[in-house]
Design a protein. Structure first.
Length: 239
């Protein structure tokens, strides 16, 4: 395992936490298949490997119990109010209604003298909804209890426009271009609640028409089980 900070080591011992550490090969070539073309995200093979490793570890904890026998054992708990997520980052497909946006392949990017350069000819295998300068909407139903609502969008150093978000009577500002590093990653932000309603309409309005890239949304979802959690920010001030 990689060397961890003393504070992390202490937390692992205090809370009895297990850390999954990716294997260290003798040659970097051995892990090439595990990463996407951007060398930051995992490929499908990489995700499958981690999932397999974690399932095998869970089996050991359960006494080497076969996967197909797990369903015959009594549930240890529930997922509370549950959760729901519509994510098109890897598929480029969604059943949600949207306007003022277009589903596009996410271009590869590189950094040159602190300037982000898009490489649209390089297919990353990732997708996003690109919102025009005029803004647009996306709607999702919630047939369960009122639950915290999250948006998942691309962020990159001085790359994306500040974007105003409106959901019911709540207004929020996303700053996907204001980050401290030059990584091109997905950010998750809580924007209030998904009401019990067939159409929770989220309006997104980019503010900077001179941004290098359009606002890119990759997923939306709500999480009833997150009332007591902090995902993408504290929920204590959300009403």
């Amino acid at each position: 395992m990689s060397k961890l900070a003393p504070q992390v080591e202490q937390s692992l011992k205090e809370y009895d936490i297990t850390v999954y550490d990716f294997e260290r090969p003798t040659s970097p070539k051995e892990v090439f298949p595990y990463f996407a073309q951007d060398w930051h995200h995992l490929s499908e093979e990489g995700h499958n490997k981690i999932a397999k490793d974690i399932l095998e570890y869970a089996d050991r904890l359960l006494g080497h119990m076969p996967h197909d026998n797990l369903q015959h054992h009594e549930a240890r708990g529930t997922w509370g109010l549950g959760d729901h997520c519509d994510n098109w980052f890897s598929t480029g497909a969604t059943i949600l209604e949207y306007s003022g946006a277009e589903m596009k392949s996410l271009p590869s990017v590189s950094l040159n003298n602190n300037h982000i350069i898009n490489h649209p000819e390089e297919n990353t295998g990732k997708y996003s909804l690109e919102f025009s300068d005029q803004g647009g909407t996306i709607s999702l139903p919630n047939r369960g209890p009122r639950a915290p609502l999250f948006v998942h969008y691309m962020q990159g150093y001085q790359l994306y426009p500040t974007t105003e978000v409106t959901i019911w009577n709540r207004h929020f500002t996303l700053n996907p271009g204001v980050v401290e590093n030059h990584y091109h990653t997905v950010k998750t932000t809580n924007i209030g609640f998904a009401e019990t309603h067939p159409k929770n309409e989220i309006r997104l309005q980019p503010q900077d028409i001179h941004a290098q890239a359009p606002f890119r949304l990759v997923a939306v979802g709500y999480c009833g089980a997150c009332y007591e959690e902090e995902i993408g920010g504290s929920l204590k001030d959300v009403r």
